[in-house]
Design a protein around this ligand. Structure first.
Ligand SMILES: [Zn+2]
Length: 137
């Protein structure tokens, strides 16, 4: 991607595929502008909060860039993938690591997850579905 002239507005809308590099460049500009435009009668707190916001945003984008992120679409993909994996992990954890008590049915026990008969008393996992079993011993 070619570098844009600093004096021109960005060619793309900010949220449409602007690269992290370009965003960081603009944030540096905005910080300079905030400091440059400050007049003696201006509230110094406002200028300071603008500079602080630019620096905080720069930190966030730099962290993303350090992790190999190049544009907002990659951020969305990454978070989407992360959430999908976290959800998948949570359901695997719930099934294979969290114990549930087998349900007694007459002289036998059935799995609390798949409702199939448990063939071996005190088995750690259901033979059919793998659910972790807790016998409360
Ligand atoms: Zn089962």
């Amino acid at each position: 991607m070619k570098k844009q002239d600093k004096r021109k507005a960005p060619a793309e809308a900010p949220s449409k595929g602007m690269s992290i590099d370009a965003i960081l460049e603009r944030l540096a500009d905005l910080k300079d502008v905030a400091l440059f435009l400050q007049k003696p009668r201006d509230d110094p707190d406002i200028t300071e909060s603008r500079v602080t916001a630019c620096e905080a945003a720069t930190d966030i984008f730099t962290a993303l860039q350090d992790e190999g992120i190049k544009d907002p679409e990659q951020v969305r993909d990454l978070i989407h993938d992360y959430n999908a994996l976290a959800e998948q992990y949570q359901s695997l954890h719930q099934k294979y690591e969290v114990e549930d008590k087998p349900v007694r049915l007459g002289n036998t026990f059935i799995c609390p997850a798949c409702n199939r008969q448990i063939r071996q008393l005190y088995a750690a996992h259901c033979w059919s579905c793998g659910k972790r079993l807790g016998w409360g011993r």
